[in-house]
Design a protein around this ligand. Structure first.
Ligand code: TRP
Ligand code: SF4
Length: 436
């Protein structure tokens, strides 16, 4: 199995995906959790533990995500912003990248075009959906040198064959396309530079299609770090990855660990290693944190390994692929006219029986219904009501025609309100958008 972030690949078996790519199951209990979390739409994660610890201990953390404004902003994009807004409510520093370099490289969009779409469509929606200006910034990849500088530094840590292995790039692939995931790693890690939030647990909420980029960003983080930590037979090993100042660095680590009460430390300088015997692994994250501080003091980045969460991707209205901004029939946009919403919904693929009689007799299949997806992801906050929709569908007492009508009403009501909020948001843009 292969994940291509730039294709319209639709995933069905999320458990298999998790197993195959080593993604962990998401089952953290979050405060006031939002429906996307409660309903397992966010089904997996990498390294979310550090972020979770920060949340429950009321410590600083950041959320970063990026969107490629290449068309209309639709309900699939909304999901990502909903999560960002939720993390903001928990106190996160918020960063949203406008992936204009990626749009240029992979969709052939000019910077001017992207800017226009971003300003007229995306930003107003972020604000209208509830993003607050405090501790949040929207920026452009092309204008943020810290991002592209990091991308360049990371590019020294990989090579063409690795990029081909991850993405299936061909000899004909343009170098701009090859660069865009490096820029995305720059996005993800630049928030931890001092000029921004400084070293801090960071979560990147994305659709599962972005996993290759996440793996790459995490790999770069490891490659630029000074230390690697591994469990050994009877304890913990801390290894220095570079060649200069090894002895000094090991002594500094040793002194720092003693200060926080770690005993039975043994240095092996030729091996560039420090071993802790009889180690209590419950303390591993404390040690890892300490090492990041030391790395920072000694002139390194001190980056926390960025975490990611993965959400299921909404399917296209005809149920055959993932929702995609380049295929207008596949989605409902956040600025869709009521008549258009009606038309698109009426044509949507349902999980209903082929005739009303059959539907009444055998019931519907909500899990195969693209209308039901809207109920679950967006339209119904109340879990009990959602269950009712689900159960009456299965029982065959809820008919698709009525069910669609109800969805259309809910969507149009929501979009009307959003439109009004977008008007107000026009005055607010300066508080959010950065041009550097
Ligand atoms: N590649 C993402 C997309 O196709 C956009 C993106 C750019 C992004 N930078 C990011 C997503 C950083 C998450 C984090 O939509
Ligand atoms: Fe989908 Fe509603 Fe029909 Fe069930 S009743 S299949 S949820 S449209």
């Amino acid at each position: 199995m292969f994940i291509d972030p730039w294709s319209s690949q639709q995933f069905i078996d999320y458990n298999r995906l998790r197993r195959e790519f080593g993604i962990e199951e998401f089952n953290f209990k979050l405060p006031d959790s939002q429906k996307l979390f409660r309903r397992n739409i966010i089904f997996g994660h990498r390294g979310f533990d550090t972020v979770y610890d920060a949340i429950v201990n009321h410590q600083k953390f950041a959320v970063l995500t990026g969107l490629m404004p290449s068309g209309k902003m639709h309900f699939g994009h909304k999901m990502t912003i909903d999560q960002v807004i939720y993390y903001q409510s928990l106190g996160a520093d918020v960063y949203i990248a406008v992936a204009d370099l990626e749009a240029y490289a992979t969709r052939g969009k000019s910077f001017k075009e992207t800017l226009k779409i971003a300003e007229e469509e995306y930003f107003l929606n972020y604000i209208a959906l509830g993003l607050k200006p405090e501790h949040s910034q929207i920026y452009f990849q092309s204008l943020r040198k810290d991002v592209t500088d990091l991308a360049f530094i990371f590019s020294k840590r990989t090579n063409i064959s690795e990029m081909k292995g991850i993405y299936g790039f061909k000899d004909e692939t343009s170098l701009a396309h090859v660069e865009s995931p490096l820029v995305q790693s720059g996005d993800i890690l630049h928030v931890q530079l001092d000029k921004y939030s400084g070293p801090i647990p960071t979560v990147v909420p994305v659709g599962i299609d972005q996993d290759p980029h996440i793996r790459l960003a995490r790999e770069f983080t490891r490659r630029v770090s000074f230390f690697s930590v591994q469990q050994t037979d009877n304890g913990l090993g801390i290894f220095i990855k570079q060649d200069n100042n090894v002895a000094e660095l090991l002594n500094t680590v040793s002194a720092n660990l003693k200060k926080i009460g770690i005993k039975e430390i043994e240095l092996n300088i030729p091996y560039k290693a420090l071993y802790i015997k009889n180690f209590d692994f419950a303390k591993q994250s404390v040690i890892e944190k300490k090492l990041l501080e030391i790395e920072k003091q000694e002139g390194g980045y001190g980056f926390y390994l960025p975490a990611a969460t993965y959400h299921r991707l909404m399917s296209s209205l005809d149920g055959t692929r993932k929702m995609s901004s380049s295929v207008p029939e596949s989605y409902i946009s956040l600025s869709e006219e009521p008549a258009e919403v009606k038309k698109k919904m009426m044509n949507a693929k349902t999980g209903g029986g082929s005739t009303i009689e059959e539907h009444r007799k055998f019931g519907g299949k909500p899990e195969e219904c693209s209308v039901y997806e809207y109920y679950v992801y967006h339209l119904v906050d109340d879990d009990n009501y959602l269950k009712e929709v689900h159960d009456t569908c299965k029982a065959g007492t809820r008919l698709c025609g009525n069910c669609k009508k109800e969805a259309i009403e809910k969507i149009n009501l929501f979009l009307k309100d959003l439109k009004e909020k977008r008007e107000i948001a026009k005055e607010e843009l300066d508080k959010y958008v950065r041009f550097n």
